[in-house]
Design a protein around this ligand. Structure first.
Ligand SMILES: *[C@@H]1O[C@H](CO)[C@@H](O)[C@H](O)[C@H]1NC(C)=O
Ligand SMILES: *[C@@H]1O[C@H](CO)[C@@H](O)[C@H](O)[C@H]1NC(C)=O
Ligand SMILES: *[C@@H]1O[C@H](CO)[C@@H](O)[C@H](O)[C@H]1NC(C)=O
Ligand SMILES: *[C@@H]1O[C@H](CO)[C@@H](O)[C@H](O)[C@H]1NC(C)=O
Ligand SMILES: *[C@@H]1O[C@H](CO)[C@@H](O)[C@H](O)[C@H]1NC(C)=O
Ligand SMILES: *[C@@H]1O[C@H](CO)[C@@H](O)[C@H](O)[C@H]1NC(C)=O
Ligand SMILES: *[C@@H]1O[C@H](CO)[C@@H](O)[C@H](O)[C@H]1NC(C)=O
Ligand SMILES: *[C@@H]1O[C@H](CO)[C@@H](O)[C@H](O)[C@H]1NC(C)=O
Ligand SMILES: *[C@@H]1O[C@H](CO)[C@@H](O)[C@H](O)[C@H]1NC(C)=O
Length: 809
């Protein structure tokens, strides 16, 4: 029961090179009742007047035949494709347009072996025609009674009207349009793994929406209640080229793509894809299968040797247990899969979500008999997905912080058997090669192409994605970061092309990059690191073991020769200083008070986690707006933590002291005063940042601010633009100002801990009136005058105190 569009290759329409289609140039007039197409005569076709489309029998293996409408040899509609048999017929099959108006596909000569039919007998159908649009229509004297556009299979052509009553299907996957205007992809009519809704600015209820693929490459939503069609999606070659036909196809890999195909070329190029990360398509690797990447190609593996592939020739069929859990009630163990998650989408989410720690989730699952697997997201939310018997779809990537557990019977077997089955479909490989060649030729300028080719050759690093076999070995310690080679990062960033910013004050530039599974990352080139590789790796391990919603996540690192790089998750919304101090009026990006308060609270929580909650406590030493990044929802994420210990102390000292002298800055007075640095130094910096968040002004004169506060002029301190708006919660503003004065107390012991700061901000504890913070000039009198020698002393005191502090923690 194999369909001609067999294997879903992420890049190309998998049409076979073996189609026996010869498009006859004969212009087709209307097809009259009584006409028949025979599978035994592949040259016999019904074509559209200008020969763009044709209806004929196709076959890719000479055994199963399909009656299909094709364009450039690519099937765009298949008779009976949604039926259980997929429309497969034999070599003596025929497609009959009967005199009663029925269109019927039958096997052999026996009329009883009906494979598929249009059920249009008795409607007075008198003619049939394949139009230049690709629509095959059965008409009676007045109207179209039946058409392929109204009965689509897996493809939508330009000018085709896709309504809420229609559905595209491919295997277990389906694509449909909801009456709310949402585009959705579902697995098995149940699990919704992709949803694209109308922008929230369209509040009106739709009456009868329909989706149209415009020939220039936009997928637009039409409805009576919309003043004009809304473009939901644009293909990357939007409005380009002539003689191109575009089509939207749901493929059997569960992904929806827009392709462009130039007439007569027999190739098609992907111009848009719904699920960018193929491994996030639910069920792509079958039940118990785990999706992963080998270079940029998705592959399917089994969780461990306790499992066997169901079909050794097709790894996408999933895996089965060698021994069922029911057969060994006393001998169940938990297989731990690091960097792995079991996909959980609606409607599963509410019933399967729990909040607990990773180790508790493991215990809970092993002791609860219905639980078969669990995923701890480890993203700082504390979320756990529990899986009960049913379909389990896995995704493994070094960039995922998640840890998963899977119940298995008996001892865990990790090492592979001597020989394991492998996919060896040479046609598939030929297609990939073909597509890669085309892809290269099209997109890249010469230099980039060179770099890219070089990257391809080198990127089969065994550490990243490439597995020695079909099994997901427990390769990394749960929290261990991924080690990249310098070459890999050079490739990921296209030779360090796109600079994101200067980063943590001279620590080195940050570049945008894309790693193998398509994750966008920020790559930081560290300068002046003189530590040995071992120590560097230890520090990196500490940093990457800290996961919190309000901390930027470290994905990996590179330590090759003298190069030291860190790879972070990419933040869309830039850093806080851009929003606070740039001319927001111009960019229209004035942060509202709610947003600012949320950022202040998030930042405080992030720092609190660093100080109090993570395994190896960290003093940040460099809190400032540049190191507070915002994601697309304006959630604060603290970056560059843990770097203080990495940097060459000499450089660091120089840097901090210049910034100290250059402006009042974010540094606590103890830096200049040569006193031990503790977590209270971060509290001080946070206090300054908080004052800036409230006021929207940099280099704040806080003795003036305190005077205003004493006089009760809180309005004077707060950002005038917020006050004018009357939208700010003045009680919150007051609280924030008081908290910041507590934080910037000269005496470290007077400052609250970060945990206390969070409580004060949230209004959980009463805030006493803060005493006046002393100005920095007065504070520096405590220490000695800043000069070259003291710089040295300060540097050694930093290291000492930090180490002391860490061990205290
Ligand atoms: C028609 O023939 C195909 C190919 O041999 C077979 O798979 C299918 O089951 C047959 N259908 C019917 C209705 O006999
Ligand atoms: C054509 O088909 C439509 C819909 O089935 C039907 O209502 C109409 O009566 C038919 N016209 C003729 C002439 O048979
Ligand atoms: C055939 O008709 C289609 C649809 O109208 C059009 O897009 C295409 O350019 C035409 N091809 C030729 C060769 O005229
Ligand atoms: C598309 O379908 C909708 C709903 O059935 C209908 O209202 C609309 O007129 C159709 N548009 C075209 C161009 O056929
Ligand atoms: C439609 O999409 C929007 C935006 O993605 C989403 O919030 C909403 O829940 C979706 N509605 C349905 C019924 O899925
Ligand atoms: C919604 O659409 C409007 C107008 O098309 C656009 O200005 C706005 O940015 C969109 N909002 C989002 C969240 O995409
Ligand atoms: C949209 O439909 C919902 C439920 O049918 C209704 O409550 C709501 O008032 C409608 N909104 C508009 C703007 O018509
Ligand atoms: C558990 O499995 C191991 C290995 O298969 C076996 O040696 C042991 O006897 C089993 N224990 C029980 C209680 O079944
Ligand atoms: C990964 O790709 C390489 C090169 O294409 C291949 O040799 C290797 O077998 C692949 N690994 C798996 C597990 O598919």
């Amino acid at each position: 029961m194999k369909q001609p569009h067999s294997v879903g290759v992420a890049f190309s329409i998998p049409f076979s090179l073996f189609f026996f289609i010869i498009t006859l140039a004969a212009a087709a007039a209307d097809i009259s009742p009584g006409s028949t197409l025979k599978a035994s005569n592949p040259n016999h076709t019904w074509t559209s007047p200008n020969t763009t489309f044709s209806l004929s029998f196709i076959s890719d293996d000479g055994a199963a035949f399909f009656a299909a409408i094709t364009y450039n040899g690519i099937p765009v509609w298949i008779a009976g494709a949604s039926d259980p048999g997929g429309g497969a017929s034999d070599s003596s099959a025929s497609l009959q347009f009967l005199s009663d108006g029925n269109l019927r596909l039958v096997n052999g000569s026996s009329s009883s072996a009906v494979v598929w039919q249009s059920n249009t007998a008795g409607h007075g159908v008198s003619s049939a025609a394949l139009h230049d649009s690709g629509n095959f229509v059965l008409r009676n004297a007045t109207v179209s009674v039946w058409s392929t556009f109204d009965n689509p299979t897996d493809t939508i052509l330009p000018s085709q009207n896709f309504t809420v009553n229609e559905v595209l299907r491919s295997g277990l996957y389906s694509f449909s349009l909801l009456s709310f205007g949402n585009l959705t992809l579902k697995w098995n009519n149940a699990i919704l793994y992709w949803n694209l809704g109308l922008n929230s600015s369209f509040h009106s209820n739709l009456t009868s929406p329909n989706l149209v693929l415009q020939s220039i490459g936009a997928l637009s939503l039409h409805d009576q209640s919309l003043s004009s069609p809304v473009a939901m999606v644009y293909s990357s070659d939007y409005a380009e080229g002539s003689d191109i036909i575009r089509f939207l196809k749901l493929e059997n890999d569960g992904n929806l793509r827009i392709y462009s195909s130039v007439k007569g070329t027999r190739t098609s190029i992907v111009r848009w894809v719904a699920v960018k990360d193929q491994c996030q398509v639910f069920g792509y690797c079958g039940n118990m299968g785990i999706c992963s990447y080998n270079d940029s190609k998705p592959i399917c593996i089994c969780p461990s040797m306790n499992f066997d592939p169901i079909d050794p020739k097709d790894s996408r069929k999933g895996c089965k247990r060698k021994m069922n859990i029911e057969d060994c009630p006393k001998n169940v163990t938990m297989l731990q899969l690091n960097h792995t998650e079991f996909l959980t989408y609606p409607p599963d989410i509410p019933s399967q979500i729990f909040f607990m720690s990773t180790s508790t989730s493991r215990l809970n699952c092993i002791t609860s008999s219905p639980c078969i697997a669990a995923t701890s997201l480890s993203d700082g939310t504390g979320r756990i997905y529990m899986k009960f018997p049913g379909f389990v779809s896995g995704y493994r990537s070094p960039t995922l912080p998640s840890t998963s557990f899977l119940k298995v019977c008996g001892p865990i077997i990790l090492s592979p058997s001597v020989s394991s089955p492998r996919r060896s479909d040479w046609r598939l490989h030929a297609r990939i090669v073909l597509v890669v060649v085309i892809g290269t030729a099209v997109g890249f300028i010469l230099l980039e192409a060179g770099l890219w080719l070089w990257c391809r050759r080198r990127s089969s690093s065994p550490k990243f994605g490439g597995f020695p076999d079909q099994y997901a070995f427990v390769e990394y310690e749960s929290s261990a970061p991924v080690q990249f080679s310098y070459k890999e990062l050079q490739c990921a960033t296209k030779g360090f092309k796109e600079k994101l910013g200067k980063g943590g004050g001279g620590l080195g530039a940050v570049y945008k990059g894309v790693i193998a599974n398509g994750t966008v990352v920020a790559v930081k080139l560290l300068e002046g690191i003189e530590q040995g590789e071992r120590q560097f790796k230890m520090e990196v391990a500490t940093i990457s073991s800290t996961h919190h919603l309000n901390l930027v996540r470290l994905i990996g690192f590179c330590s090759t020769g003298r190069h030291r790089l860190l790879v972070y998750e990419f933040m869309k919304g830039r850093s806080l200083d851009m929003f606070l101090f740039s001319s927001e009026e111009k960019s229209g990006k004035l942060l509202s008070w709610d947003c600012r308060f949320n950022i202040a609270r998030g930042t405080a929580r992030g720092i609190k986690y660093l100080h109090e909650e993570c395994r190896d406590c960290i003093v940040h030493c460099d809190i400032k707006p540049e190191n507070i990044l915002l994601d697309e929802n304006f959630n604060a994420k603290v970056s560059d933590f843990g770097l203080a210990r990495l940097i060459n102390p000499r450089n660091h000292r120089y840097r901090t002291l210049t910034s100290f002298r250059g402006n009042i800055g974010y540094l606590a007075p103890e830096w200049a005063a040569n006193l031990p640095i503790t977590s209270k130094a971060d509290v001080y910096s946070y206090g300054i940042v908080l004052l800036e968040i409230v006021s929207g002004r940099r280099n704040f004169e806080f003795s003036w601010a305190y005077e205003e506060f004493e006089r009760g002029n809180v309005m004077e301190i707060a950002d005038a633009r917020l006050v004018d708006d009357h939208k700010a919660d003045m009680e919150q503003v007051m609280r924030a100002i008081q908290v910041s004065f507590w934080c910037i107390q000269g005496e470290p012991s007077k400052r609250p801990t970060m945990g206390r700061v969070v409580q004060m901000l949230e209004g959980i504890v009463e805030i006493e009136k803060p005493p006046a913070p002393k100005a920095v000039e007065e504070m520096s009198a405590i220490g000695t005058i800043v000069n070259g020698r003291n710089v040295e002393r300060a540097s050694s005191s930093l290291l000492r105190s930090e180490h002391k502090w860490s061990s205290d923690c």
